[in-house]
Ligand binder design. Structure first.
Ligand code: FES
Length: 172
């Protein structure tokens, strides 16, 4: 029998997803299972590519939290996608120190190269480009993250071109 959690408003969570949630919740005392909220949201995003409001509600229900509290986590952290993104999410830091060291120019170069606006996704679904907050590498500006994991430093226009072309080739 399926143990999927579903309500009229919430996206169903598969048994596999629930098993992963349970492993995260088990890391905390029973009365503090809400501490697993970031990990659960990360699992949802890993499996679905983004975190919909329905998924937020499902996570809230699972953890016994108000949906708004989950939404506050999703919207506070850059790494959670609140809408579908491309195969490659390119996040360029435009926070204050980077703002004066080429961050906005790197963001613009990427957008121009890909023919999209910030937060846009290419028509082929391959690339999403967006600004992001400080990545903790201000001295390496312009800096960016690929798919929330791979940090790229000193991103000149040439290096940005090489990155995008390399990612495209890797997909072909
Ligand atoms: S402000 Fe860009 S990495 Fe810190």
């Amino acid at each position: 029998m399926s143990t999927a959690v579903a309500t009229a408003a919430a996206a169903p969570l598969s048994d596999a997803t629930l098993a992963r949630f349970a492993r995260e919740v088990a890391k905390y005392p029973a009365e503090q299972k809400q501490s697993a909220v970031m990990a659960c949201l990360a699992i949802v995003q890993q499996e679905q590519g983004w975190v919909s409001s329905e998924s937020e509600k499902a996570v809230a229900e699972y953890l016994g939290m108000p949906p708004m509290a989950v939404h506050e986590v999703t919207t506070f952290y850059n790494m959670y996608n609140q809408k579908p993104v491309g195969r490659f999410k390119l996040a360029v830091c435009t926070n204050a120190p980077c703002m004066f060291a080429g961050g906005p120019e790197a963001l613009k170069h990427l957008c121009d190269k890909l023919g999209i606006e910030p937060y846009g996704t290419t028509a082929d679904g391959q690339f999403t480009v967006q600004p992001c907050e400080c990545l903790g590498a201000c001295g390496d500006a312009p800096v960016m993250l690929v798919n929330d994991r791979n940090m790229c430093s000193f991103m000149s226009n040439d290096k940005l071109d090489q990155l995008v072309d390399g990612l495209r080739r890797a997909e072909d």
